[in-house]
Design a protein around this ligand. Structure first.
Ligand SMILES: *Cc1c(COP(=O)(O)O)cnc(C)c1O
Length: 390
C-alpha cells in the first residue's frame, strides 16, 4: 500500500490526471465561530443609518444592555465594555483596592484573567483548582487564606469554559471575610444569570454569544456599575468633566446591533449548541473521555474541552490528531503561572492544575457541528489513544 506521503505527492503533482480520494481529509478546525448574518443585522443597521447615532450610549446600546440585564433579574445593572479583559480590569480598579494588594486567582484560566489583575495594579496569587470541576472553590479559597504570602484583598473565581461557579458559596466568603469577589464568567454567557457578585461575561466571537469583540459587567451594585461606567468613558459622569483617571472602553452602536441580533437568535443558538454537544457525547460514549460536569446537558458553551483517560498525554494526542487533520487546542496551556509574563508572581501548590494541563484537550466544536463530524473526531481520538497505549 502506498504511504500517505506517496499518495499526497501524487495528488499534488501538477500534471497528475489520476483522480483519487484525498488522502488527508479536510482539516476539522477547533472552532468555527458563527455570528448573526447580514439578513439578521439589516433591520438594526437600518436603525443606525436612520438615527445617525454611532457610539456613546445610543439607542441600540441602551436596548442591548437592558436586554442583557433582563437575563439577571430584578435590579441588575449591565455595563458593556470593549472586551471582557477590560471589563475585568476596570471592575477591579473600581473596587479601589491598595496598589499591589494580593488577588487570588486560579492558575487554570485563560491568561486574560491574570492580565486584568496585573493591569488593575494588583498582584495575582495563583492557586489550584478542584480536579472534579476544574474551578477554584470557595471552601478551598478559605483554607488557602492562612497560607497566603500577604493579605488577600480580592479573588477572581473563573467559570471554567462556561461552567457555573458556586455563587452562593462565594457570596458567603465575601460576607465572612470582606474579600472582594469578581467572577470571571467570560465564557459563561449561558450560565451567568446571578449578579449578586460582580460578574464579567465576554462577547468575543469565539464565545457562546458573540459580537466580535465585547464584554460586560453585570452587578446589582448600582454604585459599582456607575464607577465602572465612568471608567469606560473618560471619567465623565453626566457632564464633560473627568472626575477620575479613566479610559475609553465603550462599545459602539454597530457592536450593539450584532448583540441585539444575536440575542434574537439566542434561544435557537442554545438549542443548536445542545444538539452539537449531544452528538459529541454520543460519539465519544465508547471512550474513557471525561466531560466537565453537566457540559452540553445542564449548560452549553462554545467549546468542547475534555479530559483524556489516565496515562494519555495531551501533547502527544494533540500531535496525532493534528496528523489526522483534527485540530485541537490546549486552550489554557500549562496554566497562567507558567507564562513568562506571570512567572514572578507567587503561587500556591498547583498539583491539580498541572495534572489538568497535561490531560485536558479542546476538541473541534461549533454550533453547527454535525453527527458525521462528531464521529470523525471520535474515531481519530480512539486511534490516537490506541497509538499511545501500543
Ligand atoms: C475569553 C476569556 C477571557 C477574555 O475575554 P475577552 O472578551 O476576549 O477579553 C477572559 N477570561 C476567560 C476565562 C475567558 O475564557
Amino acid at each position: 500500500m502506498a504511504s500517505r506521503g506517496a499518495i499526497q505527492s501524487i495528488l499534488t503533482e501538477p500534471d497528475s490526471t489520476v483522480a483519487l480520494a484525498p488522502a488527508v481529509p479536510a482539516l476539522l478546525p477547533v472552532a468555527r465561530p458563527s455570528l448573526p448574518r447580514f439578513e439578521a443585522l439589516a433591520p438594526y443597521l437600518r436603525r443606525i443609518d436612520e438615527g445617525r447615532w454611532y457610539s456613546n450610549f445610543g439607542p441600540l446600546l441602551n436596548a442591548f444592555e437592558a436586554r442583557l440585564a433582563d437575563r439577571f433579574g430584578h435590579g441588575a445593572q449591565v455595563v458593556t465594555v470593549v472586551n471582557a479583559t477590560q471589563a475585568l480590569t476596570l471592575t477591579l480598579l473600581a473596587l479601589d483596592l491598595p496598589r499591589g494588594a494580593l488577588c487570588m486567582v486560579p492558575s487554570y484560566t485563560f491568561v486574560a484573567t491574570a492580565h486584568a489583575v496585573v493591569a488593575a495594579g494588583l498582584t495575582p496569587w495563583f492557586v489550584d483548582v478542584d480536579p472534579a470541576d476544574w474551578m477554584l472553590s470557595p471552601g478551598a479559597a478559605r483554607d488557602l487564606l492562612a497560607a497566603a504570602p500577604g493579605e488577600v484583598r480580592a479573588v477572581v473565581p473563573v467559570a471554567a469554559f462556561g461552567a457555573a461557579p458556586d455563587i452562593a458559596g462565594w457570596k458567603a466568603l465575601r460576607e465572612e471575610t470582606g474579600i472582594e469577589v469578581v467572577i470571571d464568567a467570560a465564557a459563561a454567557f449561558d450560565t451567568a444569570c446571578d449578579c449578586a457578585l460582580p460578574t464579567i461575561v465576554s462577547l468575543h466571537a469565539t464565545k457562546a454569544l458573540g459580537v466580535g469583540e465585547g464584554g460586560f459587567l453585570a452587578t446589582n451594585d448600582v454604585g459599582l456599575a456607575e464607577r465602572v461606567r465612568r471608567l469606560t468613558t473618560f471619567g465623565f459622569h453626566g457632564e464633560r468633566l473627568a472626575l477620575v483617571p479613566a479610559t475609553n472602553a465603550k462599545l459602539s452602536e454597530y457592536a450593539a446591533a450584532v448583540g441585539l441580533a444575536a440575542l434574537d437568535d439566542w434561544p435557537t443558538t442554545r438549542l443548536r449548541y445542545l444538539r452539537a454537544s449531544q452528538f459529541m457525547r454520543m460519539a465519544l460514549s465508547q471512550t474513557k473521555i471525561g466531560f466537565q460536569p453537566g457540559w452540553g446537558a445542564d449548560w452549553i458553551t462554545s467549546v468542547c474541552v475534555v479530559r483524556l483517560p489516565a496515562g494519555a498525554r495531551a501533547a502527544e494526542v494533540e500531535a496525532r490528531l493534528e496528523a489526522d487533520s483534527v485540530q485541537t487546542r490546549r486552550w489554557w496551556g500549562e496554566g497562567c503561572h507558567a507564562n513568562p509574563a506571570f512567572r514572578s508572581h507567587p503561587h500556591a501548590d498547583l498539583t491539580a492544575t498541572e495534572a489538568l494541563a497535561a490531560s485536558v484537550l479542546g476538541l473541534p466544536f461549533a454550533v453547527d457541528l454535525d453527527a458525521h463530524e462528531a464521529s470523525r473526531i471520535a474515531l481519530a481520538l480512539e486511534r490516537a489513544l490506541d497509538a499511545g497505549r501500543g
